[in-house]
Design a protein around this ligand. Structure first.
Ligand code: GRF
Length: 191
């Protein structure tokens, strides 16, 4: 039986989640968002999910030890049986507890051409290094920080006078067009 359910995990504004939601609405992405889980109660992305009438769960992570938190996430996801868990600005590292159960089913988007500039402030890292081309990457999540196998990438040229803000905005535009394509590709492969 085909499973095109995707779960979204986020921590903040959720613009990638909105772009995925919009791609589904347009009919470009054949998937169903089964739930949106946030680890920060005030995450704007959670509020948007509620407004769309989606199942939006807040599982606060503050002060919760990693393995214990991942257990709570697994519990939250269990009723939905998603085919894919899509991290969209989810600012937590997932442990073996989580990745063991969702092996090969967790993906992330990162604002650089991995393996260059993993971790936080990837756009600032690219500017500071002085590269001429950076971009964004959708990749599988493994035990490392932004180290899993690459699924799709999109280059973005750095322009004269770019600031962290201007570069981040141009990368984000590409993220919004890349993530749903990568999800589509994976769902086609596994269904
Ligand atoms: C994006 O730049 C994404 O690449 C990174 O976190 C940011 C999330 O932005 N992982 P948003 O919450 O989707 O707007």
């Amino acid at each position: 039986m085909s499973n095109r359910k995707i779960a979204i995990l986020l921590s903040g504004r959720g613009s990638n989640f909105l772009a995925i939601h919009e791609a589904i609405r347009r009919g470009d992405l054949k998937a169903e968002i089964c739930c949106v889980i946030g680890n920060v109660p005030e995450a704007a992305g959670l509020q948007s999910a509620r407004e769309f009438g989606l199942d939006a769960l807040c599982i606060p992570s503050s002060g919760v030890e990693r393995a214990q938190y991942d257990g709570k996430l697994l519990e939250g996801l269990r009723p939905y049986s998603p085919a894919l868990v899509c991290l969209a600005g989810f600012m937590r590292i997932l442990s073996e507890v989580f990745l063991g159960e969702y092996a090969g089913k967790v993906i992330n988007i990162h604002p650089a051409l991995l393996p260059a500039f993993p971790g936080l402030h990837a756009q600032r890292q690219a500017l500071e290094y002085g590269v001429k081309i950076t971009g964004c990457t959708v990749h599988y999540v493994d035990r490392g920080v932004d180290t899993g196998p690459v699924i799709m990438q999109r280059p973005v040229e750095i322009q004269e006078g770019d600031t962290e803000e201007s570069l981040s905005a141009r990368i984000l535009e590409q993220e919004h067009d890349l993530y749903w394509r990568a999800i589509n590709r994976i769902l086609e492969k596994i269904n």
